[in-house]
Design a protein around this ligand. Structure first.
Ligand SMILES: Nc1ncnc2c1ncn2[C@@H]1O[C@H](COP(=O)(O)OP(=O)(O)O)[C@@H](O)[C@H]1O
Ligand SMILES: O=C(OP(=O)(O)O)[C@H](O)COP(=O)(O)O
Length: 401
């Protein structure tokens, strides 16, 4: 197994009165008024934080939100504080930075059981560069390290990886442990036939995963923003849909590889296109091979829903990451909701259904089907990389059990 799952246990750590740096994934979806639209990731990390509070630790929470380039107010973690405070039953203090003197003062004043949330660690470019000096500054805030950010465990960043070099012990939180326990079993040795559904908008970071997925799955269904790079690679017109121009060659070779491996790779046969990226856009259904100029694909069409649903009926395990369309707009949520309903039905019939990713889980929550699935994972990219058999740097960096 590439990623170890036997990592240091939080329950073995002495935390009373200690400053505990807890890396969490509070990268939650926000609406245009910066209101949290899905709190799954906040709820998921509560057991670890409450455990630490009850044992008198002084808790320093760190997370990223979105992909800011420098300090960007709309990516502040402040909107997360009310819900987090409510769930924990304490007033979580919001720091104005993630390192520095003022942050140190807030931590020094923190009582046992108190919680402070650092500002978005990605406001520093050093975070994603895994800069050792930045990691050292983060580490200097605390006495020990807990990683509960499964959703970010595939990133070797300062707060997920670098910091462990300066803080001992470095152990896994309960959410991290729970995700590894479930996913390593379910996706590394899946019941077959095994299908993966990949959509969403993080095309460049997820298209590479498909290569290894073709070694593992029997069926691969592509939708969401992922599909247009594959269309364009086949010479179809894609209008102004989301395309990664530099991945066209890769898409062609993946289509070839699927054939050679005997994997059924399914792309949508029809697409709901829009005249603009907006909730009130004009829309129509067109064949996948002919998206007109000036139109963009924002959802999969009814024929595709039918084909995908039929194909999924033959499976025993399904992992899904990435919505089939821009589900945040009601008009383009049909494909995502139909696939969610299909998985809920299949789950009831005994198929193992795993949904991963901030937005995918939000979409399934929105239609009230999350509790019908076998496992809701807080990590999309992380669960796909685990399935690929890759080591997750955020897990590898933790102490051995
Ligand atoms: N056809 C599309 N064009 C542009 N964006 C899309 C399309 N289909 C889905 N999306 C967007 O993908 C986003 C989620 O992608 P991603 O972050 O990869 O998923 P997850 O958070 O589940 O891992 C959603 O905000 C959704 O609006
Ligand atoms: O939302 C996340 O990943 P996901 O969309 O793959 O579930 C994580 O917070 C990681 O974010 P990143 O992909 O910007 O590193």
């Amino acid at each position: 197994m590439a990623t170890k799952r036997s990592v240091g246990d939080l329950k073995d750590a002495d935390v009373k009165g200690k400053r505990v740096f807890v890396r969490v994934d509070l990268n939650v979806p926000l609406d245009e008024n910066l209101k949290v639209t899905d709190d799954t990731r906040i709820r998921a990390t509560v057991p670890t934080i409450k455990y630490l509070m009850e044992r008198g630790a002084r808790i320093i929470l760190a997370s990223h939100l979105g992909r800011p380039k420098g300090v960007t107010p709309k990516y502040s973690l402040k909107p997360v504080v009310p819900r987090l405070s409510e769930l924990l039953g304490v007033n979580v203090e919001m720091a104005n930075d993630s390192i520095g003197e003022e942050v140190e003062k807030s931590i020094a004043a923190l009582p046992n059981g108190g919680v402070v949330l650092l500002e978005n660690v990605r406001f520093y470019k050093e975070e994603e560069k895994n800069d050792p000096e930045f990691a050292k500054k983060l580490a200097s805030l605390a006495d020990l390290y807990v990683n509960d950010a499964f959703g970010t465990a595939h990133r070797a960043h300062a707060s997920t990886e670098g910091v462990t070099k300066f803080l001992k012990p470095s152990v896994a939180g309960f959410l991290m442990q729970k995700e590894l326990d479930y996913l390593v079993g379910a996706v590394v040795n899946p019941k077959k036939p095994f299908a993966a559904i990949v959509g969403g908008s993080k095309v460049s970071s997820k298209i590479g995963v498909i290569e290894s997925l073709l070694e593992k799955v029997d069926i691969l269904i592509l939708g969401g923003g992922m599909m247009f790079t594959f269309y364009k690679a086949q010479g179809f017109s894609v209008g102004s849909s989301l395309v990664e121009e530099d991945k066209l060659g890769l898409a062609t070779s993946l289509l070839e590889k699927a054939k050679t491996k005997g994997v059924s790779l399914l792309l949508p046969t029809d697409v709901v296109v829009a005249d603009k990226f907006a909730a009130d856009a004009d829309s129509k259904i067109v064949p996948a091979s002919g998206i007109p100029d000036g139109w963009m694909g924002l959802d999969i069409g009814p024929d595709s829903i039918k084909t995908f649903s039929g194909t999924l009926e033959s499976t025993k395990t399904i992992i899904w990451n990435g919505p089939m369309g821009v589900f945040e707009f009601e008009k383009f949520a049909v494909g995502t909701e139909a696939i969610a309903k299909k998985l809920a039905d299949l789950s009831w019939a005994g198929v193992t259904t795993i949904i991963g990713g901030g937005d995918s889980v939000a979409a399934v929550e929105k239609v009230g089907l999350a509790d019908k699935m076998s496992h809701i994972s807080t990590g999309g990219g992380a669960s796909l990389e685990l399935l690929e058999g890759k080591s997750l740097p955020g897990v590898l960096a933790l102490d051995d059990a």
